[in-house]
Design a protein around this ligand. Structure first.
Ligand code: ADP
Ligand code: MG
Length: 726
C-alpha cells in the first residue's frame, strides 16, 4: 500500500469518538435557540410597543422603520455582546450556492476610548463591496456595491467559534437599482405572492379568519462522511466534491446493511455535536439515521416557515461540514461523491400554513376543510403540470445530473404522486362532470359533507415519484443534497401562487350564475380534467413510465443544460413578472449564472481529472508496467518462460497507451470548450457533449488500471477504504 495511504489507515485505526468541546450538557429545552435573538429575547429586552411592532414586521416580512430599527439594534447588540460577540455580519446567500459574510466589529473609537456600537442603520442595511459575486450581467464592476437588508422573518443569531463570537443577521442582497442578487430575495417575494393569492382564494371560499398564509418547509438532508486523512489523498474530492476516479469496490451497498443500521460510535459522536450546535442556533433537528449507501447519513429538522427553514438548511450544511472536521471527518454534500453507489438528495417537504395554525394541505374533517383541500390540490396539480419545466430548472445543476434519472433518484420527468385514495377522488370528480356513474357523481360533490374521508396514506413510500403527496404536504424529492433550497421553494411558491390566482379568477367568473359551490365544483373538475395527466402513481424508474410520459406529452429534460434553457422562456418570464418575483432582467441574469456555473463546474472537474491522470494515475501504472517488464526480463534471463506475465504486460501497456490517448483527448476537448467564445447555452452544450464524455472515458481507463496496478503504488485512496474506514 502506498505509504501515505497506509499512514492514513493506521491513523484511522486508533481514532476514537471525539467528545463535545466545552460540553455543558444542558437540557435540550434550555439549549434550543440559546444562540438566537428570538421572541423571548425581544420581549424581555424591548419596550412593549416596539416588541409588538417588530412582531408584526416579522410576521409579514415588512421593513422596519428607522426608529424601531435603532431600538432593535441596541437590544440585539447588548444581547450579543453579553454572549461574547465582538463582531456582526450580514449573512446572505449570493448566487454562488453558498452563504457569504463580511464581518465588522462593533468597535467605534471616541476620544481615544473604544465603544461597542451598533445602530439601526447597520442592522437593516449593509453595503458589502460585492464586485466578485456573480450577477449575471446585472452589475458592472464599477458599480459594484450592493446592499444587504435584514429579513425580519429570520431571526439573528450568534455563532461561537474557537476564538470568538459573531452576531449574524440573515439578510437579502440587492443591487442599488433594486435587482435581486441573491437567492433569498425571490424567496421572500414568492412567499409574499403566495400569501396574497392564498388569502384571496380563502376569502372567496368564505374564510374570514385567516389573515395570512405562509409556505412551510422541512428538508431532509443526506450526506456522506469520509475520514479526513483519506480525503486528503483525494485531490478530486477536494477540488470538486466528488471522486473523478475509483474502481468499484468488492463490497458496495448490495447487502443493504447500512440503511437504518446501528450508528458507528465516531459517527454518532459527530452527529450529536452537530445537533448540539444546530439546536443552539434554533434549528429544530429531529431525525438522524444511516442512509442506503455505506457511510451515507441523513439529518432532518421539524418543518418551519420556508424563509427560516431555507436559512436553517444553509446553517445545517455549514455546521455539518465544520463539526465533521473536528471529528476527523470530511462531510460530502455533493449529489454523487461515488460512482456506482447511491447519491444524496434533499427531500423538500412543502406545505402552506395559516396564521390561525392550520396546515392547508391537511384534508381535514369538515366539508369546508375538504372543499378547501380539494381546490388547493387541483390548483397545485395545475401548477406542476403547467410549470414542470420550471420545477425541473430549480434542480438543474451539474451535480444533480449524476443522480436524476439514474435508478436511485426520481426521474427528470416531473409527475405527481397522489396515492390510490386521492386518485379515486380525482377520478370521481372528473367522471362526475362527464359520463361517469351516478354513484360517483354523488359521492364526489364538494362542500356537502359526503367527500370520502381522506386518511393519511401511510403506505406512501413511492420513493420513485419526484413530487409526492404524503398525507398533508408535498415532498419534492428531486432536489440535490448540495443545493440551497431557496430557489426550488421560490419557484414552487410562485407557480402555486399564480395558479391560486387563476383558480380564484375562474371561481369568481362562475359564482354569480352558479353559486359558490357550483362554481367550485365546476372549476375543480375542469382543473383535474385538464391536468390529471401529471399524476402518476406507479414506478417512476420504469421504462414504461418514460414511454407513457412521452405519450402524455410531459416534458423530460434529461440534463441540466436542457433544463436551464427553459428558464427564460416567454411564459416563465411573464409568470415571474406577473407575480412580482423576478423581473425579465433578473430572469435573464439567473439563466446566464446557471449556464456559467455549469461550465465552471465541468471545467474544474476536467482540469482535476487531467492533473490526477497525468501525475498520479499514469506514473503509478507505469511503475507496475516497469515491474512486469523487469520481472519478465529477469525470468527469461534464467531461461524460464513467462508467457502469462508477458500477456499481463501487454494488457497493462495497452491500457496505459489508451490512458495517454484519453488524457490527450480530454485535453483537446477541454481547450476547445475553454476557448469557446459563443453564447452561454452553446458553451454549456460543449461541456456536456464533449468534455463530460471525454472525462468518463478517461475514468474508465484509469479505473481498470487501478485494478491492475500494484496496490503499493496506488496514490489515491480507494473506494473500499473511503466507504468503509470510519
Ligand atoms: P418521512 O417522510 O420520513 O416519513 P415525515 O413525513 O415525518 O418523515 O417528515 C419529513 C419532513 O417533512 C420533516 O422535516 C417534517 O418536519 C416535514 N414536514 C412535516 N409536515 C410538514 C408540513 N406541513 N410542511 C412542511 N414540511 C413538513
Ligand atoms: Mg420523507
Amino acid at each position: 500500500m502506498s505509504s501515505q495511504r497506509s499512514a492514513a489507515i493506521r491513523s484511522i485505526a486508533t481514532k476514537r469518538p471525539v467528545p463535545i468541546a466545552n460540553d455543558s450538557r444542558r437540557q435540550l429545552p434550555e439549549l434550543f435557540g440559546a444562540n438566537v435573538f428570538g421572541l423571548d429575547q425581544m420581549r424581555s429586552r424591548l419596550p412593549e410597543s416596539a416588541y409588538a411592532a417588530l412582531r408584526s414586521c416579522m410576521e409579514l416580512g415588512s421593513e422596519l422603520d428607522t426608529a424601531l430599527a435603532d431600538q432593535v439594534a441596541t437590544a440585539m447588540k447588548e444581547w450579543a455582546v453579553e454572549r461574547g460577540a465582538t463582531h456582526f455580519t450580514h449573512w446572505f446567500q449570493p448566487m454562488t450556492g453558498s452563504t457569504a459574510e463580511k464581518h465588522d466589529s462593533f468597535a467605534n473609537v471616541e476620544d481615544g476610548r473604544l465603544l461597542m456600537e451598533f445602530n439601526g442603520k447597520s442592522l437593516i442595511k449593509g453595503e458589502p463591496d460585492a464586485s466578485s459575486f456573480p450577477s449575471g450581467g446585472l452589475r458592472a464592476t464599477f458599480e459594484a456595491r450592493g446592499y444587504t437588508a435584514w429579513d425580519p422573518t429570520s431571526p439573528a443569531f450568534v455563532r461561537e467559534t474557537t476564538n470568538g463570537v459573531t452576531l449574524c443577521i440573515p439578510t437579502a442582497y440587492c443591487s442599488w437599482t433594486g435587482e435581486a442578487l441573491d437567492e433569498k430575495t425571490p424567496l421572500l417575494r414568492s412567499a409574499d405572492a403566495l400569501n396574497r393569492a392564498a388569502v384571496r382564494l380563502l376569502r372567496l371560499l368564505g374564510d374570514e379568519r385567516v389573515r395570512f398564509v405562509y409556505p412551510t418547509l422541512g428538508c431532509e438532508q443526506e450526506y456522506f462522511l469520509l475520514d479526513r486523512d483519506l480525503y486528503m489523498l483525494r485531490p478530486d474530492l477536494i477540488a470538486t466534491g466528488r471522486t473523478l476516479f475509483g474502481a468499484k469496490p468488492p463490497k458496495g451497498q448490495e447487502l443493504e446493511d447500512h440503511y437504518f443500521g446501528s450508528i458507528q460510535p465516531r459517527v454518532l459522536a459527530f452527529m450529536q455535536e452537530s445537533e448540539f450546535e444546530l439546536w443552539k442556533l434554533g434549528v429544530p433537528i429531529k431525525t438522524r439515521h444511516n442512509e442506503v449507501a455505506p457511510s451515507q447519513y441523513e439529518v432532518a429538522p421539524i418543518f418551519e416557515r420556508t424563509t427560516v427553514a431555507a436559512d436553517h438548511n444553509m446553517l445545517c450544511m455549514e455546521v455539518l461540514k465544520q463539526v465533521a472536521q473536528r471529528h476527523g471527518f470530511q462531510c460530502l454534500l455533493h449529489e454523487k461523491p461515488y460512482a456506482g453507489i447511491n447519491g444524496s438528495g434533499k427531500h423538500n417537504n412543502w406545505s402552506m400554513s395559516t396564521d390561525t395554525g392550520e396546515n392547508l394541505l391537511e384534508p381535514g374533517q369538515s366539508p369546508d376543510q375538504n372543499m378547501r383541500f380539494i381546490v388547493l390540490l387541483a390548483a397545485i396539480l395545475r401548477a406542476v403540470d403547467l410549470h414542470a419545466d420550471l420545477l425541473r430548472v430549480t434542480i438543474a445543476h451539474a451535480g444533480n445530473d449524476h443522480r436524476l434519472g439514474a435508478n436511485e433518484a426520481p426521474p427528470a420527468i416531473l409527475s405527481v404522486y397522489l396515492g390510490e385514495q386521492l386518485m379515486d377522488v380525482v377520478e370521481g370528480i372528473v367522471a362526475g362532470t362527464g359520463k361517469g356513474s351516478e354513484r360517483r357523481r354523488e359521492q364526489m360533490q364538494l362542500g356537502v359533507g359526503v367527500l370520502p374521508p381522506l386518511p393519511r396514506d401511510a403506505t406512501d413510500r413511492n420513493r420513485t415519484s419526484p413530487f409526492a403527496f404524503t398525507g398533508n404536504k408535498f415532498e419534492f424529492r428531486a432536489v440535490g443534497s448540495s443545493q440551497g433550497v431557496a430557489k426550488p421553494n421560490a419557484i414552487l411558491n410562485t407557480i402555486v401562487a399564480d395558479t391560486l390566482n387563476y383558480t380564484s379568477d375562474q371561481i369568481e367568473k362562475l359564482k354569480a350564475s352558479k353559486g359558490l359551490e357550483g362554481a367550485v365544483n365546476e372549476v375543480v373538475a375542469e382543473l383535474f380534467k385538464a391536468h390529471q395527466r401529471v399524476v402518476f402513481n406507479g414506478n417512476g424508474y420504469s421504462e414504461e413510465w418514460h414511454a407513457e410520459a412521452e405519450r402524455r406529452g410531459l416534458p423530460n429534460f434529461r440534463n441540466a443544460v436542457d433544463a436551464i434553457a427553459q428558464f427564460h422562456a416567454a411564459k416563465n418570464v411573464e409568470l415571474f413578472e406577473r407575480n412580482g418575483v423576478l423581473s425579465a432582467k433578473e430572469t435573464a441574469s439567473r439563466t446566464s449564472i446557471m449556464y456559467g456555473s455549469y461550465c465552471k463546474t465541468l471545467a474544474i472537474e476536467a482540469q482535476s481529472a487531467l492533473s490526477i491522470a497525468r501525475t498520479m494515475v499514469l506514473p503509478a501504472a507505469q511503475k507496475s508496467q516497469h515491474a512486469y517488464a523487469q520481472s519478465i526480463a529477469a525470468t527469461k534471463a534464467l531461461g524460464i518462460e513467462a508467457k502469462a506475465q508477458e500477456r499481463r504486460l501487454h494488457q497493462v501497456t495497452a491500457r496505459i497507451e489508451a490512458l495517454i490517448d484519453d488524457i490527450d483527448r480530454l485535453h483537446t476537448e477541454f481547450d476547445r470548450a475553454e476557448s469557446f467564445d459563443g453564447d452561454a447555452a452553446a458553451h454549456a452544450v460543449l461541456y456536456r457533449d464533449n468534455v463530460a464524455p471525454a472525462m468518463n472515458r478517461l475514468r474508465e481507463q484509469a479505473d481498470v488500471l487501478e485494478t491492475m496496478a500494484d496496490d503499493s503504488h496506488w496514490p489515491l485512496a480507494k473506494y473500499r477504504e473511503m466507504l468503509f474506514l470510519l
